[in-house]
Design a protein around this ligand. Structure first.
Ligand SMILES: Nc1ncnc2c1ncn2[C@@H]1O[C@H](COP(=O)(O)OP(=O)(O)OP(=O)(O)O)[C@@H](O)[C@H]1O
Length: 338
């Protein structure tokens, strides 16, 4: 028999979440922060967790880190169950939660980094190059000997990031990593994280409201809303999905009112913009095949399109679309018990 050649680590996801549920109770009120979610994350990938305030992102990440005890379900990191093998898990993960509070404010930036490295069993003295490189990339080299409390807000954020990066763990959790960073530091951090994943096989989970960071960095996005997963897709296919369905149509003349009414009735996302020599119609279709319906409506009303473009859809637009669909579904379904 031929031996199985694919390494186990490549076949199995590094992080696996099954049926995770967490409720918070205060008085007679219960909030379901995370409602029976399941997903897995492959080694070496960068995954973005998105969602509006209160969607359950932090609770999910804290459950993955063993900082919150779930009411149901389990989380496995590299085969170890988080709630049972905490020590194993802690040796593999580092996290930056709520930005700037992740460093000791009385210690200097470099002392902080050394502290966190020692904590991981890394000798800070034999890793000065690595420390220097991180400080330089984040634009903190000249602040290495300044106590964190004397730094600006953005620099405190950078110091917190420097501490996480110095720990050199296979899994990194970063909550809003680029929030408050200047353009250069954002760019440097993005390329540093991309290299950590691509070259060193680190697995990075980012929770962020900054869509351009997520779009540029993440291979995949998980969108949460009301404690559930509303979308879980590779970033490219997520934007492509909406890309294919958003159209900008140019008509060289005015579009008469009866035609507008017919188009608006059939496509409730239709929006018209009038210019002196043309009219622009923007419409998002639920299915690609609706293009034919649109063209039929045009023909019925003698509207001749001069140009048809797919509108440029970025992650932010795709995300907003998911949120809108979700709200519509919630309204249709009405309130749930619980
Ligand atoms: N310790 C807690 N006690 C009670 N309720 C909590 C607690 N932590 C979170 N919640 C509630 O659980 C829900 C999910 O919160 P969570 O912080 O996970 O959301 P989030 O997606 O991270 O939001 P944000 O984007 O604002 O950080 C919210 O309704 C929140 O009020």
């Amino acid at each position: 028999m031929v031996a199985e050649r694919t390494p186990k680590s490549r076949r199995e996801p590094l992080i696996s979440v099954e049926g995770l549920k967490k409720e918070y109770s205060s008085g007679d009120q219960t909030v379901t922060a995370v409602d029976d979610i399941s997903f897995s994350i492959d080694r070496g990938s960068i995954v973005g967790i998105l969602g509006p305030n209160g969607a359950g992102k932090t609770t999910t990440i804290k459950s993955l880190l063993g900082l919150v005890e779930p009411d149901a379900g389990k989380v496995l990191i590299d085969g170890s169950e988080v709630s049972e093998e905490r020590k194993q898990v802690y040796s593999r993960v580092s996290a930056m939660l709520e930005g700037a509070r992740n460093a000791y404010w009385r210690l200097t930036v470099e002392e902080n980094m050394s502290f966190f490295m020692s904590h991981r069993g890394i000798n800070p003295r034999s890793n000065t190059d690595r420390r220097r490189r991180i400080l330089e990339e984040l634009g903190l080299a000249d602040k290495a000997n300044v106590p964190v409390r004397e730094l600006s807000r953005g620099m405190k954020q950078k110091a917190a990031l420097a501490c996480v990066l110095a720990q050199d763990t296979p899994v990194l959790f970063l909550d809003e990593p680029t929030l408050g960073l200047d353009v250069e530091a954002t760019r440097a951090l993005r390329s540093h994280l991309a290299a950590l994943a691509a070259e060193d096989g680190r697995t990075i989970i980012i929770s962020s409201h900054e869509m351009d960071t997520v779009q540029e960095l993440c291979d995949r996005v998980i969108v949460m809303t009301n404690g559930r997963i509303a979308a879980d897709k590779e970033t490219q296919s997520f934007t492509d999905l909406f890309q294919a369905q958003a159209y900008e149509i140019e008509v060289e003349d005015d579009i008469e009112q009866p035609a507008r009414t017919a188009i608006e009735r059939r496509f409730d996302t239709a929006e018209f913009a009038d210019y002196p020599s043309k009219t622009e119609l923007t419409v998002t279709l639920d299915h690609k095949r609706e293009v034919f319906d649109l063209m039929d409506t045009f023909r019925d009303h003698d509207v001749v399109p001069a140009k048809v473009n797919h509108a440029d859809v970025d992650l932010e637009e795709a995300y907003l679309q998911v949120m809108q669909n979700n709200t519509e579904r919630a309204v249709m379904e009405g309130p749930t018990n619980g």
